[in-house]
Design a protein around this ligand. Structure first.
Ligand SMILES: [Cu+2]
Length: 313
């Protein structure tokens, strides 16, 4: 958390999370709308723009690059604490037991309701056999998505997603209206910045309490803030960390936390910001509408056409 290299990794992570499954090995290409392998005389190095169009955002797949998220529990009772267990099975089929530590933890577990209103950010315990477990209580019946954000030892970071169900009568909630200011636990958090599809976009969260800027935020997971962004509709997962880190001599402990985020498309997003103050972690949830630039082809795919729906090609 206190080295330039680590900071670099954060920034690099932005590029990897949404811009690039290309960072995690060639196998990923097969999951996207990849160009025909035999065609075009074997492009050894497709342009970065072309790569961008092929990647699949994190969290949409239960299995990727040989790693599979395997919940041992898929249905729970709402309002009741459940010992939620899962494994990540590696290419050999066995539970992975060795992980890289990233952002202070070996694995980050995010649980979100399908309507993107309920959010949990948990850090399960790992047994020697590779079984992760964590107490989990979900408030309401319905469908949930779990995300395991991790890197196997020596490997690249992955976010795998799986479904989880809380039994009972389900009452879906409408998406909260877009808002740049939210209040949580007596704190007011304002979010500034414009998310632009396909580009690293600067976001700033400013935290105040009782009308006064909070300037003594506490480090949480090696940062002053921790932001998860999910695309509404498919819960594509974007894990973003701030620009700067506690103790680097330049990053203030509030009131502003700066992030760089890259979203893959226009649409609605839910952003969940964790921050720690006075020993407690708080989560501010925003709905952000991202405009697709008018007339813009998402990336440099004009030659092949992003929507050649009926053309015979
Ligand atoms: Cu975490």
């Amino acid at each position: 958390m206190n080295t330039p290299a680590r900071l670099g990794a954060y920034v690099l992570g932005l590029a990897v999370v949404f811009a690039g499954a290309f960072g995690v090995g060639g196998a990923v290409g097969a999951t996207g709308p990849a160009p025909a392998k035999n065609g075009h005389g074997g492009h050894a190095t497709p342009s970065p723009a072309a790569q961008k169009t092929e990647h699949v955002p994190g969290g949409l797949q239960v299995s990727q690059n040989g790693y599979t998220l395997t919940p041992q529990t898929t249905t729970i009772t709402p309002g009741t604490e459940t010992g939620f267990r899962f494994t990540v099975n590696g290419p050999d089929g066995r539970p992975v037991t060795a992980y890289e530590t990233r952002h202070d933890k070996k694995l980050h577990l995010i649980v979100v309701s399908r309507d993107a209103t309920v959010f949990r950010h948990l850090h399960p315990e790992l047994s020697g056999e590779g079984i992760w477990s964590v107490p989990l209580t979900l408030p309401d019946a319905g469908a949930y998505r779990i995300f395991a954000d991790f890197a196997p030892q020596g490997g690249e970071g992955l976010t795998l997603g799986a479904d989880l169900y809380a039994a009972g009568d389900y009452a879906p909630r409408p998406l909260p209206a877009p808002s740049r200011t939210v209040t949580v636990d007596g704190y007011t958090v304002r979010l500034d910045g414009t998310l632009t599809p396909g580009a690293a976009s600067r976001l700033t969260a400013e935290i105040s309490r009782d009308g006064k800027p909070v300037t003594d935020l506490q480090p949480y997971l090696g940062a002053y803030g921790h932001l998860v962004a999910l695309r509404v509709g498919d819960l594509a997962y974007l894990h973003v960390h701030p620009d700067g880190a506690p103790g680097d001599g330049v990053t203030p402990a509030g009131p502003g936390i700066t992030f760089y985020a890259e979203v893959p498309s226009g649409g609605d997003y839910r952003l969940f910001l964790d921050f720690q103050h006075d020993g407690t972690v708080h989560t501010a949830a925003f709905t952000v509408r991202v405009e697709q630039p008018s007339g813009a082809v998402p990336t440099a795919t004009a030659d092949h056409g992003a929507d050649h729906s009926h053309s015979g090609h």
